[in-house]
Design a protein around this ligand. Structure first.
Ligand SMILES: Cc1ncc(C[n+]2csc(CCOP(=O)(O)OP(=O)(O)O)c2C)c(N)n1
Length: 219
């Protein structure tokens, strides 16, 4: 909204999981965006799973997530989220609309979370182990690669070289990052700081908790 008020052509973009669309905050955001015609792109990443909860729980089997936009007067579109060029095209369209003062756009990206939600998640507990293999839309990088090779602008050799280059770049970044510390090796923060800089006057329950922590540290 700051960009719109200042007359800049900046555009804001947000990403949210399909599961989180069932939280009230999502609808506050749609109302705000529609009422103020905010120059924003609201991306719903429908990866079929909200940890162990299938997207149908959030209503995705009755209507698409994109269909939630028109009720608010928001232009909306559903895209194959594993098709790089399609995602690029709709995002450009949405950004141009926002820049021209035509307000928000809702984009539903249909995709699939092939791996676990997090390191503590075990997907085999709530869905077939081989479900990912049946997902028809395919790996987006592989699809783009095949497409570009078919168009004549890319090759297996160039792809491999780029992968090596990117892998080396990620390794370099990792090696640099660990020079600043790691979760297991430190440097560790002073836990007493946990209670500071939140309230001007520390409330009684925090003073009590800090006391409890100090007692534990002494034990
Ligand atoms: C209000 C609230 N309830 C529950 C959680 C726990 N939680 C963390 S991630 C997650 C699943 C989110 O799924 P989705 O919105 O589809 O996003 P994705 O993880 O697929 O990107 C849940 C339930 C939370 N963070 N906040």
């Amino acid at each position: 909204m700051a960009a719109a008020i200042k007359g800049d052509d900046d555009v804001a973009a947000a990403w949210i999981g399909e599961g989180s669309t069932a939280e009230a905050d999502f609808h506050h955001a749609l109302t705000f965006a529609a009422v103020y015609q905010a120059p924003v792109i609201l991306n719903v990443i429908n990866n079929q799973w909200a940890i162990s909860t299938f997207q149908g729980f959030a209503g995705g089997e009755r209507r698409s997530f994109a269909a939630r936009g028109p009720g608010y007067g928001i232009a909306s579109i559903r895209v194959d989220g594993n098709d790089f060029l399609a995602v690029h095209a709709v995002t450009r369209w949405a950004a141009e609309r926002a820049r021209r003062g035509k307000g928000p756009t809702l984009i539903e990206h249909v995709t699939y979370r092939a791996g676990a939600h997090s390191t503590s998640d075990d997907p085999s507990r709530y869905r077939p182990k081989d479900e990912w293999a049946a997902w028809p839309l395919g790996d987006p990088v592989e699809r783009l690669k095949q497409h570009l090779i078919a168009e004549g602008g890319w090759s297996e050799a160039r792809h491999e070289a780029l992968e090596d280059e990117l892998r080396a770049h990620v390794d370099d970044c990792w090696n640099e990052a660990v020079t600043y510390g790691t979760m297991t090796e430190g440097p560790f923060l002073d836990e007493n700081e946990l209670f500071e800089d939140v309230f001007r006057d520390m409330p009684a329950h925090l003073i009590e908790q800090r006391e409890q922590m100090r007692n534990l540290q002494e034990d």
